[in-house]
Design a protein around this ligand. Structure first.
Ligand SMILES: Cc1ncc(COP(=O)(O)O)c(C=O)c1O
Length: 488
């Protein structure tokens, strides 16, 4: 085999120009037509693979062909950035955030530590500080960007456990570290907490599920009772998780009261604000987040309500030393930062699970700087106002019923065509309405269970949504309900 004398996979300038302009054209076309599309294309399993060449090419294919197939892939996708997409917690990406991801991939810095990605590390640490200040958590917050809220929550629970375990459980294992350690969260907490408890070896049963009040907020009186009962049993409470924006209804727990209990029993206080914490940028909602600054750690996802493209979560904390304890290791030679000290020896691997890490901060930085925090806050306030408007439409309608207060930007409701229907019948009817509307492509809502009832759930974290989209969505739900009633 001959030895390479020039780059094997680089392309000439004309080809590079073509790749660049064709890709940009496609993105431009997508971003300028997204609002006119169906939210979800008519689709079935296998349709995408039937529409593209599935043979792995031996000798390569042209960029025109590939861009054409990218167009097909985009056409067959669900458009989370559509103005009437309200499912789950999925926001549109800002155009500038999307291009920032391209720049980050072209640079391909690996943000393991300052030595390996000096510029990217400094930008990430800056962005983390900004996020901490933006939500009034800590003007000098420490932390790191993660793949999302699940990863941020898992890291937080490990930090919490290690702070309290008292022995070197990193070496001896949890099974060798004394009586079971318990953590506390409301029945409305996101599933990632129980999942983390499982992955980290505490066990899902050690997540003590605390009942909620009528606004879906943790009953802090019950929290206290449960901690006391567990202590009497010889168990070791170590952490309480408050929700600042539950995934079902957007409820914000009373953070001040939970912080008091955490202080009293010496528990790590983690706040899962992956979805809801940017709601604190709205002056009218700020009061809900009182006490956030007392949390030991906070999860916040820029890829949810800060409109940054997916793969941008964040864990914030005050105490960098506590956060470093579980992850720092002297074991591996290849990660030692020989010859670097102080800020230049900083390594993200000391604070989280990942070693190789994308340059996630660039899209957060570019989105925040391009719009400025005032405009981002404005978009969040508009989402909140639109959710309240949807709540009003529902409350004033003769055939809809609001199922939970609209706390932030989530509205949970159901279609009730007449009063003679049982909850079971209404559950089935509303499930059908959701399916019909999702498949029809005019709007997209997901579901939640609220006080045992099936709820249609609209989560508005979407800077494209207008008042007319809300009205059209209600009309689509009503038409689906009427159709379903007629066909019974
Ligand atoms: C409150 C809350 N926490 C955690 C998560 C998990 O975030 P991710 O999907 O980014 O892992 C979600 C996702 O919707 C959420 O709403």
């Amino acid at each position: 085999m001959s030895l390479r004398t020039q780059s094997s996979l680089d392309v000439n300038e004309d080809d590079l120009q073509q790749i660049s302009s064709e890709s940009t054209k496609l993105v431009f076309e997508y971003l300028t037509t997204i609002s006119e599309r169906q939210v979800r294309a008519e689709n079935h399993a296998g349709k995408t693979l039937a529409a593209i060449d599935t043979e792995l090419s031996l000798d390569g294919r042209s960029i025109e062909q590939l861009i054409g197939e990218c167009r097909t892939i985009m056409d067959l996708s669900r458009h989370n950035g559509h103005p009437r997409f309200f499912g789950y917690v999925a926001s549109p990406s800002t155009p500038v955030g999307a291009y920032a991801d391209l720049i980050a991939s072209a640079l391909n810095s690996n943000i393991t530590c300052w030595r390996s990605g000096a510029a990217g590390t400094e930008i990430e640490r800056l962005v983390v500080r900004w996020l901490g200040a933006l939500i009034d958590y800590d003007r000098d917050a420490k932390g790191l960007l993660t793949s999302g809220g699940s990863m941020a929550n898992m890291i937080a629970l490990l930090i919490a456990q290690r702070r309290k375990s008292g022995v070197d459980s990193a070496r001896v294992g949890l099974w060798n570290s004394g009586p079971p350690m318990t953590l506390y969260a409301s029945e409305e907490v996101h599933l990632s907490i129980a999942k983390a408890a499982d992955i980290l070896g505490f066990g899902r049963d050690q997540v003590r599920v605390i009942a909620c009040d009528e606004r879906q907020r943790m009953r802090v009186d019950l929290l206290r009772q449960k901690i006391e009962a567990d202590r009497r049993e010889g168990l070791r409470p170590f952490c309480v998780v408050g929700s600042a924006g539950t995934v079902n209804t957007g409820a914000v727990d009373s953070l001040v009261e939970i912080a008091d209990v955490a202080a009293e029993f010496d528990l790590w206080f983690h706040v899962d604000g992956a979805y809801g914490v940017p709601g604190s940028l709205d002056e009218g909602k700020k009061h809900l987040f009182a006490g956030l600054e007392r949390a030991d750690s906070v999860s916040l996802d820029p890829h949810k309500w800060l409109y940054v493209p997916v793969d941008a979560g964040c864990l914030l904390f005050h105490d960098a030393d506590a956060a470093r304890t579980p992850f720092h290791s002297e074991d591996a030679d290849y990660i030692k930062t020989h010859g670097y000290a102080d800020e230049e020896a900083f390594a993200f691997w000391d604070y989280g699970v990942e070693l190789s890490r994308r340059f996630r901060a660039l899209k957060v930085w570019m989105t925040l700087q391009y719009y400025g925090s005032r405009r981002i806050a404005g978009a969040i306030s508009e989402d909140i106002a639109l959710a309240a408007y949807l709540g009003e439409l529902v409350s004033n309608a003769h055939d809809f019923e609001l199922l939970a207060p609209v706390e932030l930007s989530i509205c949970c409701f159901r279609y009730v065509p007449h009063s003679g229907m049982s909850d079971e019948e209404l559950d089935r009817l509303n499930e059908r309405i959701m399916e019909i509307v999702q498949k029809g492509g005019r709007a997209y809502l997901s579901n939640a269970t609220v006080n045992g009832k099936f709820a249609l759930r609209a989560c508005i974290t979407n800077f494209r949504t207008t008042k007319a989209d809300i009205e059209d969505t209600i009309a689509a739900m009503r038409e689906a309900g009427e159709l379903e009633q007629m066909n019974r």
